[in-house]
Design a protein. Structure first.
Length: 233
């Protein structure tokens, strides 16, 4: 069993582990349990009633959180000529073509999201073994393979995130920072949950949303009532 520090144990006392909290109540509580001196990230973990081993039960998509994530996202773009210039003007942190591919092959991974124009994917494809396991490979479904690189970069910088179910049937996604306050966190939470609910695969049977837990970076998990995910304020 992992040992928890004194501050974690004190925060855990505030949480009733047998209770399913309303979203608003859970978000107000998660702020109280985020006791560290740094601005902790607030994350949601959603267990889904899908079997991700089957292609027709994959849950994956993108959503723009209305208040962003509070994180500075480093965006890398594979593009040439005018498209490279467009990416730079939109605020991309790294822009290049074969030179950037070679840099990544040499071990460079100092970025959070990669975008590529379709004509670059033939060359970028050989980075699959490096970028794929880290979730950094450009993908059309995530909107990161596009000729509209300027728009893609701006949306990612503004708070567009990708969510996807992992092999344990759980979606993990950030909804902001403690400093956002409860109203912004609640807006982001509901936007994320609406997107996940809309992404329900037709092949998924039975209960789709099995459980929802919200937590801060260093705090305890707080269970949210799945029946009250997207209700109005």
């Amino acid at each position: 069993m992992p040992k928890h520090g004194k501050s974690y144990l004190e925060a855990a006392k505030l949480v009733d582990r047998t209770k399913l909290y309303d979203p608003k109540e859970a978000i107000e509580l998660v702020e109280k349990t985020a006791t560290k001196k740094f601005d902790e990230t607030i994350e949601v973990s959603v267990r889904l009633g899908v079997d991700p081993r089957h292609a027709d039960q994959q849950v994956r998509g993108v959503v723009t959180l209305p208040h962003g994530t509070g994180k500075t996202v480093r965006v890398l773009v594979f593009a040439k000529a005018d498209k490279a210039k467009e990416a730079e003007e939109a605020g991309a942190d790294y822009v290049g073509a074969e030179d950037l591919i070679a840099k990544i092959e040499g071990g460079f991974l100092d970025f959070d999201v990669a975008v590529a124009t379709p004509d670059m994917m033939g060359a970028v494809g050989k980075l699959g073994r490096v970028l794929g396991p880290k979730g950094l490979m450009p993908n059309p479904k995530a909107g990161t393979v596009t000729f509209d690189v300027g728009k893609a970069v701006k949306e990612i910088k503004a708070g567009k995130i990708e969510y996807r179910v992992d092999k344990t049937s759980i979606v993990h996604a950030p909804i902001g920072k403690k400093s956002f306050g409860p109203e912004k966190l609640l807006d982001n939470f509901r936007t994320l949950m609406e997107a996940i609910i809309k992404a329900k695969p037709a092949a998924a049977k039975g209960q789709y949303i099995k459980s929802v837990v919200i937590s801060s970076t260093m705090g305890p998990g707080i269970k949210i009532n799945p029946a009250k995910l997207v209700e109005t304020k």
